[in-house]
Design a binder for this molecule. Structure first.
Ligand code: PLP
Length: 398
């Protein structure tokens, strides 16, 4: 309480305290544990891209407010990227918007497109900023849960299209998608996306799709939902340089979509940051044009790390949901005799010197995620090996 007699944080945000990532990273620092909690790489992106940022700073490019929609070079590079990888064409002047990371793009899209009282369907478990941004926009979140199951004996998460359909009401405004999906590592298949697209068209819904892990797909393919029939005009696609180029601190993200949608998102964005990351925008324009070998090497490096950590976690006794994409692996802790992921993660640094994140925090229905825990593998191989060694001790206590 304050002198005014009212809590400082308004009602819309009252349920959102400190993010679990901050809490777990602080725990990692305090205990010296290996941090496999937060999803940031411990190796910076390509030297040439870093040099491009330094050069832009030295040349005085971007040191003052860049243009509101983003510098023309970057908007062109984003349009070129969408054509090169997905054969999607966007006009860099009217259909591309540069944002302060995907995080601002998500916030601006929801603030722009949602009226108070509108329902927003989000795939649960979901990235934590979605719930807060829906709340800030005055919307009502409607979770549709990805359920754990098996496919040919392999643990996987799947979307039930009937549950998605049943979640749509006359108040539904949009479906908020994330593929490849954090935290489960699920990559929505073409068939699943086609079902979502058909539903969006039938019920006249917008789709906002967070595709920040688009280049981190190990099994299957990344299909942008905007490429499906009927979706070009009703989809806001979001991505960012953080994950693809390993510069999460630069916070350069973007939106692509039809002119009316991008104009709407721009209206909200201009009153959030207005602009950001001037010199970094020049560097990211160069990064997007890197040859195919760069993208392949990034993926193959992370594929090897996925295989290493997945095998290590299995050997340590976890049930592993081997991710088809992203740099996260979700595990079930019940085979270790545990059932409360939050308590498990709080104790893990002391117990064996490793930090992970409890999936429960990504759910409205926390009980659905109670016994799942997420580990990030965008870390040095030696660090992953050391973490595996430490985690192998858990079995001894069974
Ligand atoms: C699904 C998802 N969306 C968005 C973001 C944030 O992206 P950015 O750093 O570009 O704001 C993350 C970061 O972890 C993420 O996992």
């Amino acid at each position: 309480m304050t002198a005014t007699g009212r809590p400082p944080l308004n009602r819309r945000l009252a349920e959102f305290g400190t993010t679990v990532f901050a809490e777990m990273s602080a725990l990692a620092t305090a205990t010296g544990a290996i941090n496999l909690g937060q999803g940031f790489p411990d190796t910076d992106g390509p030297e040439s891209v870093r040099e491009a940022a330094v050069q832009a700073l030295r040349d005085g490019r971007g040191n003052q407010y860049p243009p509101g929609p983003g510098i023309p070079e970057l908007r062109q590079a984003i349009a070129d990227h969408q054509r090169r990888f997905y054969d999607l064409s966007f006009d860099p002047d009217t259909e591309v918007l540069v944002t302060a990371g995907a995080t601002e793009a998500i916030a601006a899209a929801l603030l722009a497109l949602v009226e108070p009282g509108d329902e927003v369907i989000a795939l649960e478990p979901y990235y934590d900023s979605y719930a807060a941004c829906i709340a800030m926009a005055g919307g009502t979140r409607v979770p549709v849960t990805l359920h754990p199951g098996t496919d040919g004996g392999r643990p996987v998460y799947r979307l039930d299209p009937d549950e998605l359909r049943a979640a749509v009401t006359p108040r539904t405004r949009l479906i908020l998608l994330n593929t490849p999906h954090n935290p489960t590592g699920t990559v929505l298949t073409r068939e699943e996306l086609a079902a979502i697209a058909a539903l969006a068209v039938e019920r006249d819904l917008l789709v906002v799709t967070d595709e920040v892990y688009e280049h981190l797909v190990f099994d299957g393919e990344h299909v942008p939902v905007a490429s499906l029939p009927g979706m070009r005009g009703r989809t806001v696609t979001i991505s960012s340089a953080g994950k693809t180029f390993s510069f999460t601190g630069w916070k350069v993200g973007w939106v692509t979509g039809a002119p009316e949608l991008v104009a709407a998102v721009r209206s909200a964005k201009q009153y959030l940051t207005y602009v950001s990351a001037g010199p970094f925008q020049y560097a990211v324009a160069e990064a997007l044009a890197l040859p195919d070998e760069y993208y392949t090497a990034l993926r193959e490096d992370l594929r090897a790390k996925r295989d290493l950590l997945a095998a290590g976690l299995e050997a340590a006794g976890f049930t592993v949901y081997r991710p088809a994409g992203t740099y996260f692996v979700t595990t079930d802790i019940r085979p270790l005799g545990e059932k409360d992921g939050v308590a498990f993660c709080r104790a893990l640094p002391e117990r064996c010197g490793v930090v992970a994140v409890p999936n429960a925090v990504f759910y409205d229905r926390a009980e659905e995620g109670a016994h799942f825990v997420r580990f990030a593998f965008c870390k040095h191989t030696a660090k992953l090996r050391e973490a595996i060694e430490r985690l192998s001790g858990l079995r001894k206590h069974l």
